[in-house]
Design a protein. Structure first.
Length: 202
């Protein structure tokens, strides 16, 4: 089977997703197929690696687990309602995610909302990350959502309020800022370290 063989106007489920054998990586958002970007570029990889190391070092002292793509996150909607594979129509692969409720983990990935998701924008993913995934993550109850723009060296931070809606910080964070991680009381990330070592590459 090839990705081109699928009817992109049709809606699919996780049960369908499990049967696909083509090489392209895809995500499902409310049953619609979204192709993943080609292999991440150098900016993306360096920023992802810097964040992964920083978060991983911090999480050594917590029960939370850290994962990076490719890693399937199944989001039953409404959240916290267990569904079978044929009822789940949203499967995403966040660049980085943190899961503190390990009961959500199984051999196939995560079933339920991670506590913290980070997406690093790539050419062609901005609309999906800033609109489609924003809506899905808010609806699913992802407590904190970060969107990194690698070329502009900026970060958008969205945190879930008591009404279950995202609130954003007043302005984008830029290189040189220190960002508090909302789901942890004592964890701050210096963006100068996140965006380090990427200048000079075209």
């Amino acid at each position: 089977m090839k990705l081109e063989d699928l009817d992109t106007t049709q809606r699919y489920t996780y049960a369908d997703y499990l049967t696909w054998t083509f090489g392209e990586m895809v995500e499902l958002i409310r049953g619609r197929i979204f192709s993943m970007s080609p292999a991440p570029n150098l900016y993306h990889q360096k920023i992802s690696g810097n964040l992964y190391l920083k978060i991983g070092n911090y999480l050594k002292n917590t029960p939370c687990q850290l994962f990076h793509a490719p890693f399937d996150v199944r989001l039953p909607l409404p959240p916290n309602k267990k569904k079978n594979d044929s009822e789940i129509d949203t499967v995403v692969q966040p660049d980085i995610c943190v899961i503190c409720d390990i009961s959500k983990l199984d051999i196939r990935g995560c079933l339920g909302s991670p506590d913290w998701i980070i997406e690093i924008l790539s050419p062609g993913t901005s609309r999906k990350d800033l609109r489609d995934k924003y809506d899905i993550y808010q609806h699913a109850g992802v407590r904190e959502y970060w969107v990194v723009h690698p070329h502009e060296h900026t970060l958008l931070v969205f945190r879930l309020n008591t009404k279950g809606e995202y609130e954003s910080d007043p302005r984008p964070y830029v290189k040189g800022d220190v960002v508090r991680v909302g789901i942890f009381e004592d964890f701050n990330i210096e963006l100068s370290e996140v965006f380090s070592d990427i200048e000079g590459f075209g």
